[in-house]
Ligand binder design. Structure first.
Ligand code: AMP
Ligand code: GLY
Length: 427
């Protein structure tokens, strides 16, 4: 079967690597892809916003499965156009992708179906927001409603910070994403991510992960898209996983189907493990980046079998996905300046040496300049390794990082620190 993968980051390199290994994959195309993806796929210059062009390409190349990596094409309804043309696609419809695309949508769905999440108030102007802030008190969380490239959330420890965040949202800084806001109760606990595959009815767990959002060691500095991750996340014990499935993920999938917006694809739940149980922080309608990289390194099944079964509504006929009990850990190497303006063009060498010691290096933001590999984005490489423990996976990943010669890239040196500390303490 011919497959088309949309996207160009480390997440898509990991997906391309797994898709290309499938016995079902005849030819893989990727649009726009990157130099790492190019070793598994033919890159094509297709604009995912141009639905007609994507449909034409699928018809011309007899594409039997489209895999959508990032959220923007989902929220934009590309999957609806593909489904209307009877082209199997992995990823939710525009209506279902509101689970990621609108925080207010998700909070109200949770309220209607008793899904545990922080108390909230939906507001559409500064006056309503000010009233809600006085009701909640600090600490409090302020969120722009729509997709804001990860920059629309402020966890405010003081009222002054909360008021500044509200003012920023309603200043128009986030465009349409900031036409509404959600004011939320502050939840205390450890965060973990949980991934499930669903075809709209059947739900199967695909594993857990924890990431590191802050740019600096010790979880300091500004937020980023994620500087590293590992899977599984042992804090999400089998009992807590069961609770997340039964009280959050399964009821959500059931609710979406009942309300006429069946959700198919991967459902990525950001969870807070609080003293009073597991609470939903947010949903994403796609794989996490870099969480996908660690999940793909652990997945022991044929990825095409799973994604096609989601697309075709027959996930229940497959055995549940099998993941290696090993830990996979990925370290993001980012360009100087990230998460501000990253420096482009820095040279990169040593990937072969890093892979020779057993790591897998996924390309996130790379390009070829006169045949040489250079940095071309904020997050540039994802150096990923497996081990029997988090400590071992971390050691292998950093041994590989140290073989990469890229003077304009930096990384955190403490990815996995929580678990490494717990393992050292013998927990
Ligand atoms: P979100 O984009 O909704 O995932 O929010 C980004 C980050 O803000 C989350 O990963 C949490 O660290 C934090 N956050 C969001 N909502 C809450 C909440 N209600 N209580 C505490 N922290 C939160
Ligand atoms: N790493 C966080 C995300 O993909 O949203």
């Amino acid at each position: 079967m011919n497959i088309l993968l949309l996207g160009s980051g480390g997440r898509e390199h990991a997906l391309a690597w797994k898709l290309a290994q499938s016995r079902q994959c005849t030819k893989l195309f990727a649009a726009p892809g990157n130099p790492g993806i190019a070793s598994h796929a033919e890159l094509v210059a297709l604009d995912a916003e141009n639905h007609a062009a994507v449909l034409d390409f699928c018809a011309a190349q007899q594409i039997g499965l489209v895999v959508v990596g990032p959220e923007a094409p989902l929220v934009d309804g590309l999957t609806d156009a593909l489904r209307a043309a009877a082209i199997p696609v992995f990823g939710p419809s525009k209506a279902a992708a509101q689970l990621e695309g609108s925080k207010a949508f998700t909070k109200e769905l949770c309220a209607r179906h008793n899904i545990p999440t922080a108390g909230f108030k939906r507001v559409t102007n500064i006056t309503e927001a000010a009233l809600a802030l006085t009701q909640f008190g600090a600490p409090v969380v302020v969120k722009a409603d729509g997709l804001a490239a990860g920059k629309g959330v402020t966890v405010a420890m003081t009222m002054a910070e909360a008021e500044a965040a509200v003012a920023e949202i309603f200043s128009g800084k986030f465009g349409a994403a900031g036409a509404e806001a959600v004011i939320e109760e502050f939840l205390e606990g450890e965060e973990a991510s949980f991934f499930a595959l669903t075809d709209g009815h059947t739900v199967v767990p695909l594993g857990s992960a924890q990431d590191h959002k802050r740019v600096g060691d010790g979880d300091t500095g500004p937020n980023t898209g994620g500087m590293g991750a590992y899977s599984p996340a042992p804090v999400l014990t089998p009992m807590l996983t069961g609770e997340a499935l039964e009280r959050i993920v399964v009821p959500t999938v059931r609710a979406m189907a009942e309300e006429g917006m069946p959700y198919s694809g991967v459902l990525y739940a950001g969870l807070m493990l609080t003293k009073s149980g597991v609470q939903l922080i947010e949903y994403n309608a796609r794989f996490g980046d870099p969480e996908c990289q660690v999940l793909m390194l652990r997945l022991e099944d044929d990825l095409v079998d799973l994604l096609l079964a989601c697309a075709e509504g027959r996930l229940g006929a497959l055995p549940p996905p099998r993941l290696s009990p090993d830990t996979a850990l990925t370290v993001v190497m980012a360009a100087e300046g990230y998460p501000g303006t990253p420096k482009k063009g820095g040279s990169i060498a040593g990937i072969d040496a890093a892979e020779a010691i057993g790591a897998k290096v996924f390309h996130a933001g790379t390009a070829l300049a006169d045949g040489a590999l250079v940095a071309n984005g904020g997050r540039v490489l994802n150096v990923t390794a497996r081990g029997a423990t988090v400590t071992e996976a971390q050691r292998k990943a950093y041994a590989a990082v140290d073989l990469i010669a890229a003077p304009d890239l930096f990384c955190r040196r403490d990815i996995g620190w929580r678990e490494v500390a717990r393992e050292a303490a013998g927990d």
